[in-house]
Design a binder for this molecule. Structure first.
Ligand SMILES: NC(=O)C1=CN([C@@H]2O[C@H](COP(=O)(O)OP(=O)(O)OC[C@H]3O[C@@H](n4cnc5c(N)ncnc54)[C@H](OP(=O)(O)O)[C@@H]3O)[C@@H](O)[C@H]2O)C=CC1
Ligand SMILES: O=C(O)[C@@H]1CCC=N1
Length: 270
């Protein structure tokens, strides 16, 4: 199976909120036809209604893929809508944080093929990163279909164990929010130094986007890119003295933040 099978047999999206929409936006931009996509979503946004996908309509009998994109807490309530597809050759792809392969297979019926994927919202612009792992029913063709689907909206990594998913969720699933907060905090710091708030926001946003793009395009390591900005005895070194402080700098803060997210991911799986 490949993307052509998805176009031919269809794909179902169960839930199309923030992450489902980000993925759908990315897939439509790659040329997947809206007529091949069936979305079940109780409160469709204006954007979703304008895409031309089949919305809250009767589902195809044997879609190639069914993407589960509801909140983990809603999964039990939402999955019965897809139970008729359980045990078929439809590939179920769950993006829900915490929810285990076993729990999803249990709800859909033994023998269902399930891949867990942790994507992130930059998928909307083709710059996501997704981590994948399948259950025992998933073999090379199914995993490679899931990989191809996610590669259409960014990069992918394949996990060795499902247990890695909590840390992945904490780093790359939630990670965009940390970076957006960095923009907010950098802008606020600029305003505190006397810049007009809108100018500080423009500077902060362009700086994070530019640095991100440079990290994306450059072959140099992140550490070397940092060193390239840092003149000995200059302004950056003064700031990094604060940010790289072992006890109160960014590394211990991010350790705590990522540990809190990973802990929450485990809790969601209980
Ligand atoms: N947001 C992100 O950056 C990421 C999210 N995820 C995962 O993606 C999933 C969705 O998250 P997110 O998009 O942020 O959440 P949202 O709440 O934005 O989207 C979920 C959507 O599902 C809808 N829904 C609720 N019940 C049903 C149902 N029975 N049938 C169909 N649709 C239903 C919700 O409608 P209503 O609002 O009316 O309840 C909502 O529109 C979660 O499991 C999350 O863990 C993974 C990676 C990143
Ligand atoms: O906040 C959450 O639970 C989801 C999972 C990763 C990003 N958003």
């Amino acid at each position: 199976m490949n993307m052509d099978d998805i176009a031919a047999r269809g794909m179902v999206l169960l839930g199309c909120g923030k992450m489902g929409s980000a993925l759908l936006e990315g897939w439509l931009a790659t040329g997947l036809p809206p007529s091949a996509i069936w979305v079940l979503e109780p409160k469709p946004s204006d954007w979703l209604q304008a895409t031309g996908v089949n919305l809250n309509a009767g589902l195809p009998d044997a879609p190639a893929v069914a993407l589960l994109a509801v909140k983990p807490q809603m999964m039990g309530e939402a999955l019965p809508a897809l139970q008729a597809l359980g045990g078929s050759d439809t590939l179920f792809i769950s993006i829900a944080a915490g929810t285990s392969l076993k729990a999803i297979e249990g709800a859909l019926g033994a023998g269902s093929r399930v891949v867990r994927v942790m994507p992130n919202t930059p998928a909307a612009v083709g710059r996501g990163i997704s981590a994948l792992i399948g259950n025992e029913q998933v073999h090379y063709p199914q995993l490679s279909l899931a990989r191809e689907l996610m590669a259409a909206v960014g990069d992918t990594v394949t996990l060795e164990t499902e247990a890695q998913m909590d840390a992945v969720t904490a780093v790359s699933g939630s990670g965009p929010a940390y970076v957006f907060h960095m923009i907010e905090a950098l802008a606020a710091a600029g305003a505190a130094q006397g810049l007009p708030a809108d100018m500080a926001m423009k500077l902060a946003r362009a700086t994070v986007c530019g640095a991100g793009e440079l990290a994306h395009q450059s072959e140099e390591s992140a550490a070397q890119l940092r060193i390239n900005v840092t003149s000995p005895g200059g302004t950056t070194a003064a700031a990094l003295g604060v940010l790289m402080d072992e006890d109160h700098g960014l590394p211990p803060l991010l350790q705590r933040a990522v540990a809190a997210a990973a802990h929450r991911s485990k809790e969601l799986g209980q």
